[in-house]
Design a protein around this ligand. Structure first.
Ligand SMILES: [Zn+2]
Length: 717
């Protein structure tokens, strides 16, 4: 079966039934092979114990008629209106002790949210009944090709306060601590406390207080979401063992650092769980993406996919682009930009280039209720439906024509890693009410690596096995580092890896207590110590990549920096130390975050250092022994950036060249000897069947309609 290319269609009760048959025929004509339906608990079980699937049965039957596969998306977070009547006292409770009043969700016509607390056994039992009944009803239905059991990981939407502090959840929190620490004495040792009884152990309440119990409560809330996802998965998978069952976030976990206490709907960092935790058990992970709506440029869009890809790769699971913007977004009466076919094609192919096996658009038709009315439809009325449909038909045709290549496509393991520490996010949130600082640091590194087309993966602090494949690991703003993570990183360096850290790496443990420089993993494992926080001399700081302060031959970089500088005991701001077979590069600045701020917020001082930071990263990657298989030679006239992603279908190389904007000619230079040999006889672009030859390891590529080319050896297609 070809890769999945589909669109969300039904959010009950819309579109109404008179459209269904014709719409499915048009979807098929537009090159789509899959339709997604929202199975909303509040709608299906509108009367307790009475499940009504009439509309879904008809839709699944029509999909079969039009040879469309069906992905069923279970919306168990939209509860029936009767939930609190049938399960009294099941409301969530905020950190201020207020009982949460549920309402219709902004974008759901029927049913309430957040509804009952999932830690309430009565609510869980009702939800399980809905999930099981639904899973069993459609198990064995041939048209159903897969399940998405938790849409955007929503559980606290419209709680209008930080949740949950109900009695059931507090029991869960203390049970979680008991499992983690064993007994109260162990907790007291870990937290440096003197609790006499478990009921004295309180969750953190809000940012700006002591870190310890707030970080613990944030981690509990995040892990609770992971456990809830696995619980849903087991129920649905149990009845559908042969079909993929996935979950997807509104964004990758890495980007849930932006969720804030200070917003109208306060939440903790990573409150919707962790992709690495999901992928331990669940068949696939994914993300929604609305690049025009959210003003995500193409480089950041590629990073966004990479953040989820890291979790999928670490566990050998599927990667889904689960809601990709179909047409112009709608957000009340605020004007929004229409979606160009070329942009949409670049998103789509960037997903497949990154190893996704499923792309589902949001959505087919414009929405017709609430703030989203008049928005999102691929065939919606933003003036560009015709060009999008024509482009999709071509894309869908290519997926079918070259199915053996696309279906077999895999990315080779990356040799560069970027460290992701949820505990650093929890810590940062305690201070700022969001985890923007460490998040922007990761985004900064990802942006540099994508600008340079250097393949990389993301390493999560509790899933460190992929370290063994890496040559270079960047740990931007790695403030919280615990013993197991430190041991894994030290082993990586001893085996020959290059570790790059920033200011105050490992300055805190998961208990949120500050460590003096001599207590940190850098000192213990590598003998590297900071002397303390100093004022930044400027927004751009000269540093040398040197083995010692008197190394006259060292290269100097003028790096962007923010917050403070932490010099090392050897007098440098950037120290380089050999250890075992490897190297540690310690930079006493926060440059990744400053770089990202310069890129995204046009901070003039940081922009000045942006190129220098890219050069710094490039040199570290090269110094760590990583070679790029191919790269784009920058045109002397400048012009938009291009990205190269290289994977293999069996032994056949597939080179994706994706530009930031279409209509750009460029030159691809192939460095890798084996790749050059494979492409020596000329290449063909799978989207246009145009052929190009290689001379002196260079392939000159003319502009393309969408800014996307998929090059394979001429003999392979
Ligand atoms: Zn609760």
């Amino acid at each position: 079966m070809p890769l999945t290319l589909g669109a969300q269609y039904y959010r009950p009760p819309f579109p109404t039934s008179e459209y269904w048959d014709d719409d499915f025929a048009r979807m098929r004509d537009a090159g789509l092979n899959t339709v997604q339906l929202w199975l909303v608990w509040g709608w299906i079980e509108s009367v307790p114990g009475a499940f009504n699937y009439d509309d879904y049965d008809r839709l699944v039957e029509l999909a079969g008629k039009h040879e469309l596969s069906v992905v069923l998306s279970t919306i168990a977070a939209v509860h029936p209106y009767w939930i609190h009547r049938e399960v009294p006292g099941s409301e969530m409770v905020t950190n201020m002790g207020a009982k949460v009043i549920s309402t219709n969700r902004r974008e759901i016509h029927y049913g309430i949210t957040p509804g009952g607390c999932i830690d309430n056994p009565g609510v869980a039992a009702r939800m399980e009944e809905f999930l099981r009944t639904t899973a069993e009803r459609y198990s064995g239905v041939p048209a159903v090709s897969g399940w998405d059991v938790w849409n955007e990981l929503r559980w606290n939407v419209h709680a209008d306060g930080l949740v949950c502090y109900c009695d059931h959840t507090l029991v869960g929190f203390r049970d979680w601590l008991k499992t983690k620490y064993g007994d109260l004495d162990a907790l007291n040792r870990a937290w440096e406390r003197r609790y006499g009884a478990w009921d004295e152990v309180l969750p953190g309440k809000r940012p700006g207080r002591v870190y310890t119990e707030m970080m613990a409560f944030e981690e509990f809330i995040s892990e609770r979401s992971v456990e809830h996802a696995k619980w849903r998965y087991r129920i649905v998978k149990g009845a559908n063992p042969d079909k993929p069952v996935t979950v997807h976030g509104g964004k990758p976990s890495v980007l849930y650092g932006a969720d804030s206490y200070w917003e109208g709907e306060p939440s903790t960092a990573l409150h919707r769980g962790n992709d690495w935790g999901f992928a331990e058990e669940i068949d696939g992970v994914g993300t929604s993406s609305f690049p025009v709506w959210e003003e995500i440029d193409h480089t950041d869009f590629m990073g966004r996919i990479d953040f989820v890809r890291g979790a999928a790769e670490a566990n050998g699971k599927a990667l889904w682009l689960s809601e990709l913007q179909g047409g112009r977004s709608a957000d009340g009466f605020n004007p929004q930009r229409s979606v160009r076919a070329a942009d949409q094609q670049r998103w789509l192919w960037s997903g497949f280039a990154s190893g996704a096996d499923t792309v589902l658009f949001w959505c087919w038709r414009d929405e017709i209720f609430g703030r989203e009315s008049g928005g999102f439809g691929i065939v919606g009325a933003d003036g560009r439906a015709e060009e999008r449909v024509a482009a999709l038909a071509r894309a869908g045709g290519a997926l079918v024509q070259y199915d053996p290549l696309f279906s077999a496509y895999r990315l080779p393991p990356a040799e560069v890693g970027v460290w992701f520490s949820p505990r650093t996010y929890f810590h940062s949130w305690c201070e700022d009410g969001n985890a923007g600082r460490p998040m922007r640091a990761i985004q900064g590194l990802a942006r540099v690596l994508n600008r340079l087309s250097i393949p990389y993966t993301v390493i999560e602090e509790q899933h460190t096995d992929p370290l063994s494949q890496l040559k270079v690991l960047f740990m931007p703003r790695g403030i919280v580092v615990d013993e197991p993570a430190a041991a894994a990183v030290a082993a990586f360096v001893e085996a020959g890896g290059t570790l790059v850290v920033e200011s105050e790496a490992g300055a805190f443990g998961e208990n949120g207590i500050y460590r003096y420089p001599e207590q940190r993993f850098l000192a213990k494992h590598f003998g590297i110590e900071e002397v303390g926080r100093r004022e930044l001399p400027a927004d751009v700081v000269p540093v040398s990549l040197a083995a010692n302060a008197t190394d006259a031959g060292a290269t100097t970089y003028f790096l962007p920096a923010t917050q403070w500088a932490t010099p090392y005991s050897d007098g440098t701001l950037c120290t380089l130390k050999a250890h075992g077979e490897g190297t540690v590069v310690a930079l006493g600045l926060y440059s990744a975050e400053a770089y990202y701020a310069g890129q995204r917020e046009a901070n003039a001082a940081y922009v000045a250092g942006a190129g220098e930071y890219e050069r710094f990263v490039r040199d570290l990657v090269a110094g760590g022994g990583v070679e790029r298989a191919a790269r784009i030679l920058e045109a002397t006239t400048g012009g938009p950036l291009a990205h190269v992603r290289i994977g293999y279908a069996g032994r056949t190389p597939m080179v994706y060249v994706i530009t930031e904007a279409e209509s750009r000619a460029l030159t691809l230079e192939v460095s890798d000897v084996k790749l050059a040999a494979a492409l020596q006889g000329g290449v063909i672009d799978l989207l246009t069947r145009r052929t190009f030859s290689m001379r002196d390891r260079q392939i000159v590529l003319p502009p393309s309609e969408w800014g996307v080319m998929i090059l394979v050896p001429g003999s392979a297609a």
